[in-house]
Design a protein around this ligand. Sequence first.
Ligand SMILES: Nc1ncnc2c1ncn2[C@@H]1O[C@H](COP(=O)(O)OP(=O)(O)O)[C@@H](O)[C@H]1O
Ligand SMILES: [Mg+2]
Length: 198
Amino acid sequence: MFITFEGLDGSGKSTQAELLRSRLEADGEDVVSTREPGGTELGEKIRDLVLHGGHVTPWAEALLYAAARAQHVDEVIAPALERGASVICDRYVDSSVAYQGVARGLGLERVLDLNLAAVGGLMPDRTFLLALDVVRLPERLRREPDRLERESGDFHARADAGYRELAARFPERIVVLDGALPAETIAEEVYGALRVRS
Ligand SMILES: Nc1ncnc2c1ncn2[C@@H]1O[C@H](COP(=O)(O)OP(=O)(O)O)[C@@H](O)[C@H]1O
Ligand SMILES: [Mg+2]
């Protein structure tokens, strides 16, 4: 099974990805936990260019993320799924659609199409979207912000709107969870939603 976590920075994706990984491993499952836009040597270099470099035009940003994702699917995600592992990925195609497609204004459809081409159509079986009011995000972000995190509140609000548009469009795949709940409560909901499905 291919599972992704989505949401704005500070919404709790990495926390939930880690809680789910340990829970599935405790159940005896083979789990591969990875993150975007990294997970491969090329991807980590691209991540560095996008997040810590200078000015990157919106289309360059979208194409760099898509390039990292193509490599990530080919090297990590597809092989793990083929051998029967569960893959947990912190951010995936929906992130590009929300940030580059909607927040940067490149267009939801165009960025979705670009990414579907890059990943050969491989979409998650289940996506957990952690919804959290944008005003609550700064208190969650204690480390130095990267280039995207330094964007204005408006930018994050537009990305949030993009995520909600995706959730409305793909209701079978995307489960929206209240990111303000305690982490353990959210983890129970995630685990429960996966059990119901299988
Ligand atoms: N449900 C939660 N309630 C309160 N704090 C949380 C919750 N989930 C995560 N956090 C805290 O918020 C911060 C950001 O969480 P993190 O999982 O790193 O978010 P993301 O990966 O989405 O940026 C961390 O300090 C984490 O411990
Ligand atoms: Mg994280």
